[in-house]
Design a protein around this ligand. Sequence first.
Ligand code: ATP
Ligand code: MG
Length: 470
Amino acid sequence: MNPTLPSVLVVDDEKNMRRSLQTMLADEGYEVRTVESAEEALSFLAGGEFLMVITDARLGGMTGYELLGRIRHRWPDLPTLMLTAYATPKLAVEAIQAGAVDYLAKPFAPEELLHAVARCAERYRLLRENAALRSRASETPSLNQIIGESPGIRELRHLIQTVAPTEARVLILGESGTGKELVAGALHHLSRRRTAPYLRINCAAIPESLLESELFGHEKGAFTGAIKQKPGRVEEAHGGSLFLDEIADMSPPLQAKLLRFLEDGSFTRVGGTQELRVNVRLIAATNRDIVQAIAAGRFREDLFHRLNVVQFNLPPLRERGGDLLLLAGHFLKLFRAGMNKNVNSLTPAASQKLLSHRWPGNVRELRNALERALILETGRDIQPASLPDFRVESRLSKTAPGDAALEESLDGILARMERQLITGAMEQNDFNLTRAAESLKLTRHSLRYRMQRLRMAIGEGDSGDPPAAQ
Ligand SMILES: Nc1ncnc2c1ncn2[C@@H]1O[C@H](COP(=O)(O)OP(=O)(O)OP(=O)(O)O)[C@@H](O)[C@H]1O
Ligand SMILES: [Mg+2]
């Protein structure tokens, strides 16, 4: 018996053939469904999972070949076996071209058929095992996917582990690209709700007029285009977690509705009167300055307090010291595997170039920089020339207001200016520490010391720093 296998779908317009196939397979312990036509087969396939399809080449309406074409298109992994009346090489080729994994000429010996079905069963088992492995790989180690050994990131992982199993709402703050979405996913996957749905809504990406119906659903006829009732994402997330990304971009009227939802889990669909209730854990994030949004009257303070049960602050990449190179190595491996490229590592000069950049786009920017570098690189190690020209970007960021608001103290401002001057000197001297030090009228040793003090981690490959590094 094969209790864990789904059914075999048999498609044949001849009753006797259907019956004999059914008996043959059932005797071996397979579950069998039989249908007369391709049309019927397609509707069965849409409604459930099957081990494989066995179809006759000639059928009443749509032919077996057409059926295989449709199956290939919609369920590319579903194995198919074609039965043809005459075994000519031409028909065999046609069957294979139409997408049949296997074909048999009638009349055939029962063992031949059973052999073909057993092969499919084996294939099914392997595919299933693979899928299970893949989902385990992408879910469980979510904490390991958060790369970094700087104190801030170690603490973050610890906090996620502590807070995830609780029911506490979490507000994640941090600049763009610091990993807020990654953290939200980890919080769900390490929670008791991990087997329940996890949904994400980007409040900034959905037009304001549609966001309410997206979140809370709508009744039929609630507005033009609402042709049928639609449940909201909060209903779909029932029992699980909902990640509201870019929460600061939500309009004030919707903020009021969300506040009510957070108070007791109740809401009404757009155009509806019935009060509904669900159990959803909320995780919210924004890269905006939420305190400023509250001060400016754009974000409700009471909503902020409701969301802010536990707050996560993700540090910008430029404050994570050596994590930068750890992350660079991580992305290098990641993309190298995907691109099948034989690039080993970063040259010391390339590391230095990465370390000198300010990374306004944080981890995302670094990820993109490495992806691009791997595409461009033709040598064994990534050269500085394969990395983006950060000079343009850093000029842009210097004309922007900068970090002054975050570092108000005189020491803070001086540190920022010092960092900028050193970065500029490093860029102008092609990341050669000795030459940068000369241009700043410092010894190499004291430049190194200052960079360490400013947590501008220095590349591992910098120890020798030969005069002609570039
Ligand atoms: N510590 C980390 N380790 C590994 N990958 C990371 C880390 N932090 C971020 N990433 C990766 O960087 C990219 C950007 O992260 P994410 O989308 O979570 O940023 P975000 O904070 O949500 O940004 P935004 O505010 O722009 O939406 C993603 O590909 C993410 O997987
Ligand atoms: Mg995000």
